[in-house]
Design a protein around this ligand. Structure first.
Ligand SMILES: Nc1ncnc2c1ncn2[C@@H]1O[C@H](COP(=O)(O)OP(=O)(O)OP(=O)(O)O)[C@@H](O)[C@H]1O
Length: 675
């Protein structure tokens, strides 16, 4: 289904009087569905109004465009009405006349009586019958804004655009108008885009909240889905289990933008020192137990010992945001999902190819599949039970959360279901949810279960909301989980820095696997700036026996595996398995030249040099067929043969993938389909 409004890769560059130019917006891409309420939020000057004006047709983008119902927006039109903060009413006309003016102008083809009826109806919608004869000077701010909303709605626009509509109102009036707007939009199925600075307003009104980064070159940093059912009451919203998690995400994002601005202001792009080309690094991570090597390297001074004196660990709220910051070059490096370097290099989800390299596997294992307590209490305690209940009630579609298409969580969950003949695309719903929001979504009943890293499984067990159906030790002990990723261009530009980074993190990985250090690591990762979790539910698996919620806790060795058993060398065989699974599910094409792509992504030479400098074992794991718990064999010498015989799969594209020689991000996918 095509989107109702499509903001298609917009840039807006303003020429400045001194002959220079200012890039306000960079590569904004957004699809809006009919009847959806979208809020745009971000710091002052980031470009919210510029984007709104472009959607309205009041301004034109420098590149890209806006498509409304299949037609490009070229100029303002009555199908897109804007409500501004300052009401813009004609002072000499009454409420009724202000509304009538717009209706008579736009709907002049309608009989007079009908137009009059529309005006009166909208006076009623906003509750201004008693003041219909008054002029703006006789109205309060809230009343004036209601007139502006009525005037905008009366001409039945396809999209209502609101630029901080309640910004000038007192708190009480604001609250009541927000509720009225929500009701009006819902009853009339209005598609809305609203600029706001107010996180609570955004949460109350929106289906999705689009958060813009600070300019210059502002882009979409993150999009939050608000899974709170409608119709909404303010109290229901505040009491919804996902409310505080969402609110925290927004505040965290906004604070981080503020910090980034300060850091940018005081830092030159690259500070070279200690024989390194760059010692000031921003490294992205996600609040998960397996971010431990990064936290340890920072807090125990390991980065600094390797010459990386100014490392800033940037907590990202979800994997999409992290990938986007890596693609745009805002991050120097990141903890990445195993499939992310390959997928970004191949160009996933119609995104341009951004070659990423990895010289270090940061961790193995550490995930589990959690089921809601409700399913478990209904007697659904195995996949066989699940399949039986699914077949018995074909109307009920279960939804499961995973963190990103390229994650082992997605690939293992799909594999798990498919191994029992359950098609993960047709028989169930899979939805992307950032790891820290899994538990609140389970609590809210939005999902029936999920696959995620710790501590988010243990938290559900701890809170009595879920039970662990399988850890990945049950499915595939020793699989690659998180890797260190940097842009290939960055690695080429800063080779000594890259080596120092890999060396420091390898040393930290070894530290993390020494169980004597685990108590200290627990304290470090639970800090609010890292995972921000409670030690009670972060301990299991890391230190304490692991509690699945279904029996006695068990001691899991190597659940979060950071160093032992040759964890760290980029694992080309397992990367190939990941690449094949991503192709199986249509996430990326499978490259005919897979050997070349894997060689390009996995930087074994950098790892070996780092390992040797520490006196560590520098070899890769043995290349052998891969077998998960179900016994099916993946032969790394014949991935295409595996893909052709695997039972449940999507249309697999097998292509020669031509990557640019210049390893900077390319504006369009450099894929050439030959099969
Ligand atoms: N005509 C223009 N010429 C040059 N720069 C402009 C022009 N219009 C906007 N800008 C710049 O573009 C950036 C985005 O402006 P915009 O008004 O869209 O921000 P905003 O997020 O809506 O801010 P606020 O929340 O304060 O209203 C700002 O840095 C602004 O100075």
């Amino acid at each position: 289904m095509s989107a109702f409004v499509e903001v298609d890769h917009i840039d807006r560059i303003f020429p400045l009087p001194n002959g220079e130019s200012y890039i306000a917006l960079k590569n904004i891409e957004l699809k809006i569905n009919k009847g959806e309420f979208i809020s745009l939020i971000g710091h002052s000057g980031c470009g919210k109004s510029t984007l709104l004006n472009i959607i309205a047709g009041l301004d034109r983008p420098t590149t890209g465009g806006v498509i409304l119902e299949g037609r490009e927006v070229q100029k303002p039109g009555p199908d897109r009405m804007v409500v501004f903060q300052n009401y813009s009413l004609l002072p000499w006309k009454t409420v009724r006349e202000n509304i009538a003016l717009a209706v008579d102008r736009v709907m002049r083809h309608l009989p007079k009586g009908e137009r009059k009826g529309i005006v009166e109806h909208h006076i009623d919608i906003v509750g201004l019958r008693h003041a219909a004869h008054k002029r703006p000077a006789e109205l309060s701010g809230g009343m004036k804004q209601r007139v502006a909303i009525a005037r905008a709605l009366a001409i039945r626009p396809k999209v209502l655009l609101l630029d901080e509509p309640f910004g000038a109102l007192d708190a009480l009036t604001r609250g009541s108008l927000q509720e009225q707007l929500m009701k009006i939009c819902q009853e009339n199925e209005v598609t809305c885009v609203m600029v706001t600075h107010d996180v609570d307003e955004a949460l109350l009104l929106s289906d999705r909240i689009v958060m813009l980064t600070n300019g210059p070159a502002a882009h979409i940093g993150q999009i939050l889905e608000v899974p709170i059912p409608r119709p909404r009451q303010r109290l229901d919203v505040v009491n919804h289990p996902s409310y505080y998690a969402l609110r925290n995400e927004m505040l965290y994002f906004l604070n981080q933008q503020k910090r980034a601005k300060r850091t940018k202001a005081k830092q030159p792009i690259a500070i070279g020192r200690n024989g390194l080309e760059k010692v000031n690094l921003d490294i992205g991570f996600i609040p998960l137990t397996d971010c431990a090597p990064l936290v340890v390297a920072k807090e125990k001074g390991i980065f600094a010992r390797h010459g990386l004196e100014e490392v800033n660990l940037v907590r990202k709220p979800g994997w999409r945001a992290l990938a986007s910051d890596m693609a745009s070059g805002q991050l120097d490096a990141a903890q990445m999902l195993a499939g992310m370097p390959l997928a970004m290099t191949l160009g996933m989800e119609n995104q341009p190819s951004v070659p990423i390299v990895t010289a270090l596997t940061l961790s193995r294992n550490g995930n589990a599949i959690t089921w809601s307590k409700q399913l478990y209490d209904q007697g659904i305690r195995s996949l066989e039970d699940f399949k039986r209940s699914m077949l018995a009630d074909s109307d009920k579609v279960h939804t499961f959360g995973m963190v990103h298409p390229t994650s082992m969580h997605n690939l293992l969950l799909r594999y798990w279901f498919a191994s029992h003949g359950i098609d993960p695309d047709w028989d169930i719903n899979l939805t992307v949810i950032p790891p820290p929001q899994m538990v609140s979504n389970l609590k809210a009943g939005n999902i029936d279960g999920y696959c995620v890293g710790e501590p988010w499984n243990s938290r559900a067990v701890y809170e009595g909301l879920g039970v662990v159906m399988a850890t990945d030790l049950d499915l595939w002990a020793g699989h690659i989980e998180k890797v260190l990723g940097v842009r290939e261009a960055w690695a080429n530009q800063y080779p000594q820095t890259h080596l120092a980074l890999v060396t420091a993190l390898l040393e930290a990985c070894e530290y993390c696997d020494d169980r004597r250090n685990r108590e200290e690591i627990l304290e470090l990762i639970c800090r609010p700036e890292y995972v921000g979790s409670a030690p009670e539910y972060t301990r299991p698996g890391l230190l304490d026996p692991y509690n699945k919620g279904t029996g006695e806790p068990v001691q899991l060795l190597d659940y979060n595996q950071f160093y032992v058993d040759r964890t760290n060398c980029p694992d080309r065989t397992q990367m190939l398995w990941v690449m094949a699974q991503m192709a199986r599910w249509g996430i990326t094409p499978f490259p005919k030249n897979w050997v070349e792509i894997i060689e390009r992504v996995c930087k074994i030479d950098v790892f070996s040099e780092a390992a040797r400098s520490l006196g560590f074992l520098d070899t890769e794991r043995d290349r052998a067929p891969i077998q998960l718990w179900d016994g099916e064999v993946f032969n790394p010498d014949d991935p295409i043969g595996y893909l052709s015989q695997v039972a449940i799969k999507r249309d697999i594209q097998i292509q020669e993938i031509m990557l640019a020689n210049d390893d900077t991000p390319t504006p369009s996918p450099s894929l050439r389909k030959i099969a």
